[in-house]
Design a protein around this ligand. Sequence first.
Ligand SMILES: Cc1cc2nc3c(=O)[nH]c(=O)nc-3n(C[C@H](O)[C@H](O)[C@H](O)COP(=O)(O)O)c2cc1C
Length: 153
Amino acid sequence: MARNIENALNSFTYGVYVVSGRRGERANGLTCAWVTRVSMEPALVAVAVGKPRYTHDFIKEGGAFAVSVLSENQVEIGRYFGTVSGKDEDKFAKYSHFTKTTGVPIIADCAAWVDCKLIHSYDAGDHTIFVGEVVDAGTSDAAPLVFRPGDYF
Ligand SMILES: Cc1cc2nc3c(=O)[nH]c(=O)nc-3n(C[C@H](O)[C@H](O)[C@H](O)COP(=O)(O)O)c2cc1C
């Protein structure tokens, strides 16, 4: 990709989220920066998940996903979920979590979370954009983590 395009795209700002899904008894999640709200009413959230990611088919086949908004003291969780694949490790076995309406795991003590029913999937180059309707949500007093590339790469 041309350097000017790469540089401009790298200046976009993001939060850091763990996006998770469930397939039967097994759940998995990955760190995502590409997460955004896309509708006010109904409340819809979009996440861009790379097609080769292990979590991809958990969301596609499970029909639901959760977004845990990591807090500013959860950088280590962002690193772990963003560098290790569920193909190799059961990531949720390592960190405390809980479930709500959809049964998809949510990271304990995160800044906020939304539990979503999958309503659309859009092909987007090497990623799929999953759009979910928020069916449950929660917040805490913790401040959300802002994405700084140097923390991860
Ligand atoms: C800070 C950060 C942000 C990331 N954002 C995304 C993203 O938005 N979408 C994506 O598909 N992968 C993203 N990744 C990469 C995945 O989290 C990473 O490949 C992960 O290990 C995939 O896990 P899985 O194979 O268990 O699904 C990000 C990684 C980091 C460290």
